[in-house]
Design a protein around this ligand. Structure first.
Ligand code: KG4
Ligand code: ZN
Length: 345
């Protein structure tokens, strides 16, 4: 089969093993995501188990991805792999595999920044963004508000000072005995609860900056739950707790995101990360963008969560730009040290 540039994307930064084959920076020929269920037993991601699972899953997933894409290994023109930020042991598995595979095939391997990939994931379904854009990345590990002026041209507008938004969902779900991950189940419960039943704080919403803080909110929920006695709680009460918690998170997230859009004079809003699957967040951002007559670039759930398609996308751009290939591909755990231009504003 004739083909243009064919980039294999590999994502192993946390607890999802994912592989994608992207043609010409546009067409997804294959996209596989294997969620590691083993962590559910522990109520959170266990790093050692995550790296071992990546090691087992990745070679099989690559073989399946290539077969679904109907691409022979020798047809690949490059490999893109997440090299930062994330769990070091998990990143190492992906990078070691990519380097070995790239060496065997004689194709270039580029390291991709996971958060930068979330900033651009919407481009896979929505095409190029009008600029400047504001991007919100909300996941279990990140809550970032970024002005995007182009590929590689970012101004950091705000971040969380403590827990990420998804982490708050996961911790509150654990507190309520609802299992892991907490986002989807709280999202469902919240839809039938009373958002005014509990008066939880809106952390940092009254401050002029665009930073977030969610650990105080989690404590407020813990105190309220403590007053109610141990779980399990009745369904209606759980729904009220979920709705009141979600209202506090979303008032803050939506409030600051739209404030960022107005301050920057953004011509588009992009969203990424697992929390972007949240129905209240999607609906409220859609309303805010409609009011401002700008497009909301919201990826489908698969492209919001951790996925290799966005890694292949940014990898394709890097390969196209032809930067010198960094043969070392050192992995980096933290966002701050991951090499993104994070100048503030
Ligand atoms: O991006 P992601 O798949 O992985 C990383 O954390 O990098 O995001 C997972 C996070 C978890 O914290 C999960 O609870 C949250 O996204 N999440 C949600 C929803 N679906 C997933 N949070 C709120 N509402 C949802 N519907
Ligand atoms: Zn992520």
């Amino acid at each position: 089969m004739s083909a243009g540039r064919l980039v294999l994307g590999i994502e192993t930064s946390c607890d999802d093993t994912s592989v994608a084959v992207l043609e010409d920076g546009r067409a997804l020929r294959a996209h596989l995501i294997a969620a590691q269920d083993v962590h559910r037993l522990y109520g959170g991601v266990v790093p050692e188990l995550a790296s071992r699972a990546h090691l087992e899953l990745l070679p099989r997933l690559v073989a399946r991805g290539l077969s679904e894409a109907q691409v022979a290994p020798g047809e690949l023109t490059g490999i893109a792999v997440t090299r930062a930020p994330g769990l070091v042991g998990s990143l190492v598995v992906g990078v070691a595999f990519a380097r070995a595979y790239g060496a065997a095939l004689g194709v270039p391997v580029v390291g991709v920044n996971h958060v930068e990939a979330h900033l651009h994931a919407a481009a896979l379904e929505h095409g190029d963004s009008p600029l400047p854009a504001v991007a919100l990345v909300v996941s279990g590990g990140h809550t970032e508000l970024v002005e995007v002026r182009g590929f590689g041209r970012y101004r950091w507008l705000g971040s969380t000072r403590d827990d990420a938004a998804g982490e708050a969902y996961d911790k509150v779900a654990k507190l309520l005995g609802l299992g892991f991950p907490g986002g989807p189940v709280l999202d469902r419960l919240a839809a039938r609860g009373d958002r005014a039943a509990f008066a939880f704080p809106r952390p940092m919403l009254d401050r002029a900056d665009l930073d977030f803080s969610f650990s105080g909110l989690k404590t407020a929920v813990a105190l309220a739950v403590g007053r109610l006695g141990p779980p399990p709680h009745a369904g209606a009460l759980l729904a009220d707790l979920a709705a009141s918690f979600q209202a506090a998170v979303m008032d803050t997230l939506v409030g600051k995101t739209l404030r960022a859009v107005d301050r920057v004079g953004a011509r588009a809003l992009s969203v990424g990360g697992g929390v972007a699957a949240n129905r209240e967040l999607r609906a409220r951002l859609a309303a805010g963008c409609e009011e401002r007559a700008i497009p909301l670039r919201l990826p489908s759930s698969r492209l919001c969560a951790d996925n290799a398609a966005m890694i292949a996308l940014v990898g394709s751009w890097l390969l196209e730009r032809g930067d010198p290939v960094d043969a070392d591909l050192d992995v980096v755990a933290s966002l701050e040290e991951s090499g993104l231009p994070m100048g503030g504003g």
